[in-house]
Design a protein around this ligand. Structure first.
Ligand code: PAF
Length: 174
């Protein structure tokens, strides 16, 4: 299992996987992995040649009154879970790698993000859609796996990838 902290090293490695015709599966996470994440990873390992897990606590999906700093982190345990679950590559960028100085362009998810959780967490799904778009562009997976318990998040991503040929979403309940 390889761990990458920079976009350059991750994309260089994945270029090799794609050149070899390998099917890349992707499980984006914010870390503090649990049995639900493991199930998503195992689904990817079962159906793909290469499984990539990102661990990134995404600041743009936290509101001003939501405590980003207190989000639980357990990098060592996350690594152990990934290793035993068969992950090939872990991407653990820092915030500056994903949001470099001067960053200002975001992905607006549209009406699907307005009701339910979106109504009480303004901007949350913009942050989710923005980081997922960035990560998809880097990893360029054939399939990405999201937990179904985050129902509206799945709806936002499903809406966003609609019509794209190369990315599907595999979802299982967590
Ligand atoms: O579901 C999560 O853990 C996050 O919202 C995601 C999809 C990794 C984006 O930061």
């Amino acid at each position: 299992m390889l761990t990458f902290r920079t976009i350059k090293s991750l994309t260089q490695c994945l270029k090799g996987s794609r050149a070899a015709g390998l099917r890349v599966g992707f499980v984006p996470t914010m870390g503090f992995l649990h049995a639900g994440h493991r199930a998503l990873i195992e689904e990817s390992v079962a159906h793909c040649d290469v499984t990539v897990v990102s661990i990134f606590v995404n600041p743009t999906q936290f509101g001003p009154n939501e405590d980003l700093d207190r989000y639980p982190r357990a990098l060592e345990a996350d690594h152990a879970l990934c290793r035993t679950a068969g992950v090939n590559l872990i991407f653990v960028p820092d915030a500056g790698e994903i949001y470099p100085p001067g960053f200002q362009t975001t992905v607006e998810p549209g009406p699907v993000a307005e009701p339910l959780c979106g109504a009480v967490r303004p901007g949350h799904f913009r942050g989710v859609a923005t980081v997922v778009a960035k990560l998809f562009n880097l990893v360029q997976p054939e399939v990405a796996f999201f937990g179904q318990k985050d129902f509206q998040q799945c709806a936002v991503i499903r809406q966003w990838v609609h019509g794209r040929q190369r990315v599907g979403i595999g979802r299982i309940s967590t």
